[in-house]
Design a protein around this ligand. Structure first.
Ligand SMILES: NC(=O)c1ccc[n+]([C@@H]2O[C@H](COP(=O)([O-])OP(=O)(O)OC[C@H]3O[C@@H](n4cnc5c(N)ncnc54)[C@H](O)[C@@H]3O)[C@@H](O)[C@H]2O)c1
Length: 310
């Protein structure tokens, strides 16, 4: 049975949506849902919400509610934090005080002065929550929704490093592709034709994992950014207007991409930029369809070619 503890469960919208998601998928097995809030009225509401959600999904999940945080955390596998320290009244202060000094904010809960205010009043709570998690359910994952999210995680990482997930041991860099993946370097394009405003996305596969590749647009130079190949030997790169190779729209013409990776792996692909054509009223742009206009010729196959080194 998987035990999930909602801290700040009276955050009705978050709790409702999370419950719906959790109860819609069987991945976590039977669920034990624990509602915790320091506002008794909201706690009752949260418990009722959970009971309704469980009944609605025909689930066998168990629900319990408590205002005692340490009791709530007991046996938790996941702790979901959605508290709002100070509530609505404090949020108003986050806007009003800076405004008196000429700082007007549209949103003040993530960054800026309002975010700093919110962070400063949330850190003591986070300290106590992290201490309790460490002592009561040290194996649990603490998942944080509470804003300011980045500051809160920064604070927790600095003060309770034991809560941080252990980085996976990458081991030695792989020298071969994982089984089941292509060993032949290939490029495929998201779209073979387009106008000068089209983003041509290059999907590479069959390159050596965890290495970088060099992207050249023949006759136009080499991309300053070298994409990283993932564990599966694939990478994506976008050729776009106003970026890397072109200062404005991509001029009409045919373009050849050459990608070079380590161990002599190379692959090529071609795309074509055609003149922008006016759309028929209400109809799609011909160039956005991915098909060449009649005048563009139809010699592209949709496949890149590849050359594999020794
Ligand atoms: N991550 C995101 O994308 C995202 C988006 C919107 C809001 N938020 C954040 O999510 C949080 C919840 O937002 P909301 O609008 O649902 O707030 P809300 O005020 O409706 O709910 C917060 C709940 O926390 C409870 N609470 C306050 N202090 C507590 C404490 N010490 N112990 C236990 N419970 C406590 C309150 O009683 C209330 O039930 C806020 O911090 C908000 O900034 C995050």
């Amino acid at each position: 049975m998987t035990t999930i503890c909602f801290v700040g469960a009276g955050s009705a919208e978050f709790t409702r949506q999370l419950l719906r998601d959790l109860l819609s998928y069987p991945d976590l097995g039977d669920l034990n849902l624990v509602m915790h809030d320091n506002d008794p009225r909201r706690l009752v509401l949260a418990e009722q919400l959970a009971q309704i959600a469980v009944a609605h999904h025909g689930s066998h999940a168990q629900v319990r509610a408590t205002s005692d945080r340490r009791a709530a955390l007991r046996g938790a596998d996941f702790v979901i934090n959605t508290v709002s320290i100070g509530g609505h009244q404090a949020t108003l202060t986050d806007f009003d005080v800076p405004e008196r000094f000429g700082v007007r904010q549209t949103i003040g809960d993530t960054l800026g002065v309002g975010g700093v205010f919110r962070g400063l009043r949330t850190f003591p709570f986070l300290h106590d929550l992290a201490r309790d998690v460490t002592e009561v359910c040290p194996q649990a994952w603490l998942l944080n929704y509470t804003n300011p999210m980045a500051m809160n995680i920064g604070y927790l990482t600095a003060t309770f490093p034991a809560l941080a997930p252990a980085p996976p041991n990458p081991g030695p860099p792989p020298t071969t592709l994982p089984s089941g993946t292509s060993t032949t370097p290939k490029l495929a394009l998201g779209q073979l034709y387009g106008d000068g405003f089209t983003v041509f996305v290059v999907h590479g596969s069959g390159f050596v994992p965890l290495t970088r590749v060099r992207v050249e647009l023949i006759g136009h130079g080499v991309a300053p950014f070298r994409p990283t190949v993932d564990h599966m030997g694939t990478f994506n790169y976008a050729i776009d207007q106003g970026h890397a190779f072109f200062t404005g729209p991509i001029p009409v013409g045919r373009y050849h991409i050459l990608v070079t990776g380590v161990r002599g792996r190379r692959a090529t692909a071609t795309f074509q930029v055609v003149p922008q054509q006016p759309s028929p009223p209400g109809g799609p742009s011909p160039s956005a369809s991915g098909r060449p206009p009649a005048s563009a010729g139809a010699q592209l196959t949709g496949r890149g070619s590849s050359v594999q080194g020794a």
